[in-house]
Unconditional design. Sequence first.
Length: 350
Amino acid sequence: MAVAKKKPAAPAARSAAAEKTASPKVPEFTREQELQAYRDMLLIRRFEEKAGQMYGMGLIGGFCHLYIGQEAVVVGMQMVLKPGDAVITGYRDHGHMLACAMDPKGVMAELTGRRGGYSKGKGGSMHMFSIEKGFYGGHGIVAAQVPLGTGLAFAHRYRGNDNVSLTYFGDGAANQGQVYESFNMAELWKLPVIYIVENNRYAMGTAVTRSSATTDFYKRGASFDIPGEPVDGMDVRAVKAAGERAVTWAREGNGPYILEMLTYRYRGHSMSDPAKYRTREEVQKVRSEQDPIEQVRNRLLQKKSVSEDELKKVDAQVRDIVNEAAEFATNDPEPDPAELWTDVYAEARA
Ligand SMILES: Cc1ncc(C[n+]2csc(CCOP(=O)(O)OP(=O)(O)O)c2C)c(N)n1
Ligand SMILES: [Mg+2]
């Protein structure tokens, strides 16, 4: 299956400049694209805020990792996908599910452990899937999704379609050995996988500079000849533009591609993180200067392509969807005790 043909030159990355700062020159969005991005990012933001509240009220138990701050990454990437493409990620996964158009009610009900949840209330925050929507989890073991996402790309190649696999992982996960075994096979077999490193600067309480010998994650495929580029992951337009380059590369049979998304999480690693490893000022600076949702909102208002009132309507619609999800997730019954033994290995053997 190894491909011997000469590899074409990688597309010229807009920001392949040595500096990992983003160039302000990104392709503009149309009014409709801006509105779609605004709505989709806001849905994730409000959903996560609600999940945080419900966790505080004791309605959600176990682990819960919020995606607040990183919304532009999944929303921009989702804009370049087509039916049949696959998405897989780690445990910071609610945003990916909503971007894949999974039902917010089913996601929230899984968080509260109710029978209407995507895993019938038995999986929780880190274990939800929807093959129908192309979402393959939801994985609690750091970097475990990387070989799985590579396998999803193998399946596309094997079936002879031109679908791709978006395989998301964090800066901390990028130091795992299985990532490099995956890189090797993906390049050897020219698998259509986009490796998306969500570099939010921390792995739990450890800053990238303390855990990683090299912090230019987009270069991590160099020894396998996999092209990569850094992307301003706070600007949804930059994400979409880079996503298009990467996805086209993979769809055309050229193999894997790495996108390093420079992003930031506003909340702690999980709900139990006191966040002593960074200052409030650091968080506040990113929020006030780079917030992905505010960027879109400001552009829309400055260009006068929408009014404050129109945006308020979108805000209200999003709030309604989230409130409805929360209500469902609060009132839906817990799984029947008989379900304890279903969907487990013992039953599969029977
Ligand atoms: C194999 C393994 N080792 C350690 C952990 C504990 N752990 C959970 S999240 C995490 C940090 C990962 O950080 P990163 O990849 O940067 O993702 P982020 O949380 O920033 O999204 C660690 C060490 C784990 N779940 N699995
Ligand atoms: Mg991280």
